[in-house]
Design a protein. Structure first.
Length: 303
């Protein structure tokens, strides 16, 4: 596991996500001075021909001497199905596991996948087949696998992308693949837009949380009272932390009480207000807000 401790005394880093492929080092170079403490590097469905060895070297060159880490490598597709793009996703998981050490990362994350159009339980045998083998491969390399809790528009009965969005599904998944290095990439927004209280859920599952997305949610209760939850009218909006309904001080307290050591990486590009020219403004606000929720500057105890 990465040593997340550093001189300011905190064991929880606050960072952000990067999805620029081979151009990630240049993007990181441009925003590093804002005070991000970690970066999660993201791919959509495929690695897109990225030379991982070259990328790792360039990223390490940018971060050299900063104390900043790469918290995770992440690929989002459907690794359980067998269309050509799905096979590329599955191969991408394996390649990221094999190359994580070059980045100094010990978490590889993404969607768990699902059999398209099928209820979640029908995907579990295939999940066990794919990730049972990958978990062993990851264990040999000191890597943990983490599944994001995003439904991607699916539900219990049907969907195209991911079974790992429901705690009942988590129980089935972790029973099928009980390896200790298999867990969650969790965020409160995906629970709040289903009207789930994220705090008691986190308290129960914190031991399986390996990485967090810093993303929040605003729930419009006036819309729910008037129109219900059929989403004829949108009633929830994903937000950059500090602009939504989440109390991140409570979330971080639950993480600390549960012994979490790792990174909260801001997932931007979703806020309906702090977007476009205000994107990085919103992310830096979130960075400073989350640092305050973490307790602010570390102050050592008297000896």
């Amino acid at each position: 596991m990465i040593d997340f401790s550093y001189p300011n005394g905190h064991n929880i880093r606050i960072g952000t996500l990067v999805g620029k492929g081979q151009d990630s080092p240049d993007y990181i170079r441009q925003i590093l001075h804002h005070g991000f403490e970690s970066f999660g590097i993201t791919f959509w469905q495929t690695l897109g021909g990225t030379d991982l060895e070259r990328l790792a070297g360039e990223v390490k060159g940018v971060l050299d001497g900063s104390g900043v880490v790469i918290s995770s490598l992440r690929i989002f597709g459907n690794p359980l199905e067998n269309e050509p793009i799905d096979r590329e996703t599955r191969q991408g998981w394996a390649k990221l596991v094999d190359h994580a050490h070059l980045f100094g990362a010990d978490v590889v994350a993404g969607f768990a996948g699902r059999l398209r159009g099928k209820p979640i339980p029908e995907s579990i045998p295939r999940f066990k087949e794919v990730f049972g083998e990958l978990a062993q491969r990851a264990q040999e390399k000191g890597v943990r696998l983490a599944f994001e809790n995003c439904s991607m528009g699916g539900n219990w009965e049907t969907g195209d992308w991911n079974i790992a969005h429901n705690p009942d599904a988590w129980e089935l998944m972790f029973e099928a693949v009980p390896d200790e290095n298999v867990g969650l990439e969790w965020e409160p927004a995906h629970q709040m837009d289903k009207l789930i209280d994220p705090i008691p859920q986190l308290a129960q599952w914190v031991g399986k949380v390996f990485h967090l997305h810093g993303k929040c949610c605003t729930v419009k209760w006036d819309v729910i009272r008037k129109h219900g939850i059929d989403r004829v009218k949108p009633f929830s909006f994903h937000r950059t932390p500090g602009f939504g309904d989440c109390n991140w001080a409570d979330i971080i307290s639950e993480l600390r009480m549960g012994g979490f050591v790792g990174s909260i990486d801001i997932e931007g590009w979703h806020d309906p207000v702090y977007k476009d020219k205000l994107e990085v403004t919103g992310q830096v606000h979130a960075l400073n807000y989350l640092k305050r929720c973490r307790g602010g500057d570390y102050v050592s105890n008297p000896t």
